[in-house]
Write a protein that binds this ligand. Structure first.
Ligand code: DP6
Length: 344
C-alpha cells in the first residue's frame, strides 16, 4: 500500500559556523556550531513510498518544483542509504519525492538544510515509531537530516539549534542537534534576517568539497579551537543581552569561514565585490544609526543582514535605498528567525 506524508522545513543560518568534518564520510562536525532557523525560507516536501514487489529493485524519483531532477539522485540515494541501518523498511520501498523551495536553489542560502530537514521529517513520520510530541521524533529527524547535509540537522527546532560536542552544554552531541535551552535575553529575541541575493546561481565550490579541504589545512586546528571560544562567548551574549559582543562574534565567524576558504589549498573566493560593498554599507549604517544589526555569510556570496525585528521598517528603508544596487535583480528575501518543520 502506498503511504505519503508532507512536511515543510525552514532553512537556517549559522551564527557560529560548522566548517570541517571529523572524518570524511561520517558527517560528524569538527567543531560545534549554532544557528537560527529561518521561518520564512522553507522547503516543502511530499514523500510517497510504495512497497517493492516481485523482487523489483527499489527506485527513487525526485522532482523539484514538479520537474524531475535526476541530478539530485546521488545525494538523495546516499542519504537514504545512510538512514537505512535505522529504518530498515527504506530498502523495501520505492520513493517518489516532490520538493519545492520558496527561495532560489544553490544561491548560498542553505537550501540543502531545508531540503534534508524536510526529507528527514518525512522519514520519521512515515516510520511511525514516534509522535511529534516526543523529543525523540526530532532527535531522529535531526540525526537523519545530518546524514543528508550536516547543517540540516539544526533546522528542526524553534530554539537555536546547537550541534556538536561542546564542553559547556552537557547534552550536546555530534550525532544530532539539540534545541538550545538556556535563557535568551530580550535584546536577542525577535531578530530577523534579510538575505541579500548578491548572486543567484550555483556556487563554484560546494560546501562538501570545502569541508574536505580542512583535512590538510594549515589553520584547521586553530579554527576548531576558535569555534569553541566563539560559541562560549555567543551563549554568554544570549544570556546577558550584550549585543556588541553578539555582533562581534557573528561577523568574525562569517569572516573566519571565508578566510578558511581563501587559505585552503586549492584556495578559492566565494565573496563577490558586491558582498564587500554591502558589508561596508552595513557597517556605516550601524555606526550612524546604532541600530542592532550585523552581517553574516554562508558558503556563498550572499549577505545575511541580521537585525533586531523592532527596527524592521528602518531596515527595509535602508535596504531599499542603499543595498538594492548590490543585489542581483534587486532581490532580497526577508525572514523571521525561529520556526520548525510543520506537517502539512
Ligand atoms: C558554511 O551542511 O552544506 O553553511 O555536511 O557537506 O552537506 P555538508 O555541508 P553543509 O555545510 C555548510 C556549512 C556552512 C556553515 C554552517 O551552516 O554552519
Amino acid at each position: 500500500m502506498n503511504k505519503e506524508v508532507k512536511y515543510s522545513c525552514p532553512s537556517n543560518i549559522a551564527l557560529v559556523k560548522y566548517w570541517g568534518k571529523k572524518e570524511s564520510g561520517t558527517q560528524l562536525p569538527a567543531n560545534p556550531s549554532i544557528s537560527w532557523t529561518l521561518n520564512d525560507l522553507r522547503a516543502t516536501t511530499r514523500m510517497v513510498v510504495s512497497p517493492v514487489v516481485n523482487g523489483e529493485s527499489p527506485t527513487v524519483k525526485f522532482y523539484l518544483a514538479n520537474i524531475e531532477k535526476p541530478s539530485f539522485l546521488p545525494k538523495i540515494e546516499t542519504f537514504l542509504k545512510r538512514v537505512t541501518p535505522e529504518l530498515g523498511w527504506i530498502s523495501e520501498h520505492h520513493f517518489e519525492i516532490y520538493s519545492e523551495n520558496n527561495f532560489p536553489h544553490g544561491a548560498g542560502i542553505a537550501s540543502s538544510a531545508a531540503g534534508f530537514g524536510a526529507l528527514a521529517s518525512c522519514l520519521v513520520a512515515l516510520d511511525g515509531q514516534w509522535e511529534e510530541s516526543d523529543p525523540v521524533f526530532w532527535e531522529k529527524a535531526s540525526k537523519f537530516a545530518r546524514l543528508g547535509s550536516g547543517s540540516a540537522c539544526r533546522s528542526v527546532y524553534n530554539e537555536p539549534g546547537l550541534w556538536g560536542e561542546f564542553e559547556e552544554v552537557l547534552e550536546s552531541t555530534d550525532d544530532f542537534a539539540i534545541p538550545y535551552s538556556g535563557s535568551i535575553h530580550p535584546n536577542l529575541q525577535g531578530w530577523k534576517d534579510a538575505v541579500l541575493i548578491i548572486e543567484d546561481g550555483e556556487k563554484s565550490v560546494s560546501s562538501t568539497a570545502g569541508h574536505a579541504l580542512l583535512k590538510e589545512h594549515a589553520y584547521a586546528e586553530a579554527r576548531y579551537k576558535q569555534a569553541h571560544k566563539s560559541l562560549s562567548a555567543l551563549l554568554s551574549s544570549f544570556k546577558t543581552g550584550d549585543v556588541q559582543q553578539f555582533i562581534e562574534i557573528v561577523e568574525s565567524e562569517a569572516l573566519q569561514l571565508h578566510a578558511m576558504m581563501m587559505s585552503s589549498i586549492p584556495y578559492y573566493v566565494l565573496m563577490k565585490p558586491n558582498t564587500l560593498e554591502a558589508i561596508e554599507k552595513i557597517w556605516k549604517h550601524r555606526n550612524e544609526t546604532l541600530i542592532p544589526m550585523c552581517f553574516t555569510l554562508d558558503a556563498g556570496a550572499n549577505v545575511h543582514l541580521l537585525y533586531d525585528g523592532s527596527y524592521h521598517e528602518q531596515i527595509q528603508n535602508f535596504i531599499n535605498t542603499e543595498l538594492l544596487p548590490y543585489c542581483q535583480n534587486g532581490l532580497y528575501l526577508c525572514s523571521d528567525t525561529g520556526g520548525k518543520p510543520t506537517k502539512l
